[in-house]
Design a protein around this ligand. Structure first.
Ligand SMILES: [Zn+2]
Length: 302
């Protein structure tokens, strides 16, 4: 049977049940007062799907409150379709394609994809390369900065710094304004365990910070070297190649203010990839776990 024939993709009530089971695995939580399992389904013909009333604070709520789905009029089953498509497409899916496939406006498709990218952002990150693991660090250049003329070199391009933990196979990327010793140093120190073995190319900005780690191997691409045994940056180059194919082939235009969102998307799919034991369905489930708390913070009450 096709994965796309699952009821939660076609029926809004089934979609609510699907999301509720994942957002409230330990019982229904009132997003207004935090009380668990003290609410009942609202009755009546005009009642919205998935509406509950809290016995404690008397307020109505649905599972959408406090999630990326809040304040959206798009049926929840369409949201689940969009999430599945974004999770299952290796190079991503454009807003234009989502607009045509889901039958929503282009503006809505754009809004939905940015919200989904928000859900893909990791909740917390621990330093890479603990216990002497190898961490590759490298940079890449993409697109063009606003108002910058195209010149030789990379000055006019947007800059991305990524780290890949070779042991866990996970990537973490960020947009950087300037690629210099100071910026690179603070990012690397913040994200890599001191016991790690660092793998970089010969770029000058890695030299000093490299001394802070258990080991620092440098691959000299400028003299045609591609690696010596364990000392290489092939893993991170593989990650960049997926990212670039997606950005060029699918997304085409991206401004610097949104680039970090696209990076979160490519990091997410890379980290939750099949080689790391995650299939398309599980990847969509993982994205769904990230929908909570990305839009509003829960109100805390005594
Ligand atoms: Zn309540």
């Amino acid at each position: 049977m096709s994965i796309l024939s699952a009821p939660h993709f076609h029926n809004e009530e089934a979609a609510y049940a699907f999301v509720e089971a994942r957002v409230w695995p330990k019982g229904r939580v009132c997003p207004h007062c935090g009380v668990v399992d003290r609410s009942s389904k609202m009755q009546g013909k005009s009642t919205r799907i998935g509406a509950y009333k809290c016995y404690a604070c008397r307020k109505p709520f649905t599972v959408k409150v406090g999630t990326i789905f809040e304040a959206s009029h798009v049926p929840l089953n369409k949201w689940l379709q969009a999430m599945y498509l974004m999770c299952a497409s290796k190079k991503g899916i454009s807003s234009n394609q989502l607009h045509r496939t889901l039958g929503v406006t282009l503006k809505t498709a754009w809004f939905m994809s940015h919200r989904i990218r928000e859900a893909m952002r990791p909740a917390s990150l621990s330093p890479m390369g603990g216990n002497g693991g190898m961490v590759e660090v490298d940079e890449t250049f993409i697109g063009r900065k606003k108002g910058k003329e195209i010149r030789h070199g990379y000055e006019h391009k947007m800059k991305v710094l990524s780290l890949v933990d070779r042991e866990t196979g996970r990537a973490h990327s960020m947009v950087v304004d300037k690629l210099n010793t100071k910026t690179v140093r603070s990012i690397v120190l913040e994200n890599v365990d001191r016991e790690a073995r660092l793998m970089t190319d010969e770029a000058r900005h890695y030299i000093k910070v490299g001394r802070k780690f258990a080991d620092h191997q440098v691959v000299r691409h400028n003299v045609g070297e591609y690696g010596r045994g364990e000392a290489h940056t092939n893993t991170i180059e593989g990650f960049f190649s997926i990212f670039k194919r997606g950005m060029k082939g699918v997304y085409q235009h991206c401004s610097e203010e949104h680039l970090h969102r696209y990076l979160a998307e490519f990091d997410f799919r890379y980290n939750e990839r099949i080689a790391n034991g995650v299939d398309d369905v599980e990847r969509a489930e993982k994205a769904l776990k990230g929908v909570v708390g990305r839009r509003l913070t829960y109100r805390t009450t005594a």
